[in-house]
Design a protein around this ligand. Structure first.
Ligand code: SF4
Length: 243
């Protein structure tokens, strides 16, 4: 079985588990859900619990685990791919050049970094050559296995925050949340329903994919599409009912 098939099987097992849970009766299911939510505690509890995580090989080469930053009750959450060089050094997501652009993107809809929540699908820096952690430009996308190991952490964060909207930045984050195969160019700018495995049962969260700020640094002609996506987010935030 190749990695792609393994990932598909993992998703299928998760779905079957959820269906079985549903069949056990809605009351019992919701009780189980609340228990799972309580287990997660607060974001700070979670961050403390996973600070030494070694579930995948990225744990062996990181400087800092990059958990996430922002408002624990944010209505809007941004999810990227993984920490880069600067993020690994400082333990804060989106802090380098791409991060500065993300800050401007957030501010374009009259919000601040402190009002939203920012995280990634993997919490440790994926490197092309882990024997040279001091080298810049050594970043790579996370593997399917690394994503599969780390994704439950993001799902629990989402369960605690319960945002109205999640904006996925780039293809890997979009695929990890929505399990869709089309490219980011096709998926961006539209809303999709995401049923989080933790948090309020049965209530989907709206997910809107857009381009990753690092991609915008390489191709600034795409910025206009991102501003458009941000306007859609702003519009949706005012129309979706409060928590
Ligand atoms: S990337 Fe995620 S799963 Fe892997 S070691 Fe870091 S926190 Fe753990």
């Amino acid at each position: 079985m190749n990695k792609g098939e393994e990932f598909a099987e993992l998703i299928s097992i998760t779905r079957k588990f959820l269906e079985q849970e549903r069949n056990r009766g809605i009351k019992e299911f919701m009780q189980h859900w609340e228990e799972k939510k309580a287990e997660s505690g607060t974001l700070d509890d979670m961050a403390r619990r996973i600070k030494d995580c070694q579930k995948c090989k990225l744990g062996r080469t990181r400087t800092n685990l990059v958990f996430g930053v922002g408002n624990p009750k944010a209505e809007l959450m941004f999810v990227g791919e993984g920490p880069g060089f600067d993020e690994d050094r400082l333990g804060i997501p989106f802090i380098g050049r791409a991060g500065q652009l993300l800050t401007k993107i957030i501010e374009s809809i009259k919000l601040t970094r402190e009002e939203v929540y920012i995280s990634n699908i993997v919490k440790c820096h994926p490197m092309k050559d882990p024997t040279h952690p001091e080298m810049r430009g050594n970043d790579r996308p996370p593997t399917q296995d690394e994503v599969a190991q780390c994704l439950p952490i993001l799902f629990k964060q989402i369960g605690i925050i319960e945002p109205k909207i999640i904006c996925t930045l780039g293809s890997p984050a979009t695929k990890a949340l929505l399990n869709l195969t089309e490219g980011i160019g096709k998926l961006r700018g539209k809303f999709y329903d995401f049923y989080p495995p933790y948090g309020k049962f049965g209530e989907p969260i709206k997910v809107i994919p857009t381009y990753h700020p690092a991609y915008l640094l390489r191709d600034p002609t795409r910025k206009r599409e991102v501003w458009k996506d941000m306007k859609e987010i702003k519009k949706a935030m005012t129309s979706i009912s409060p928590h």
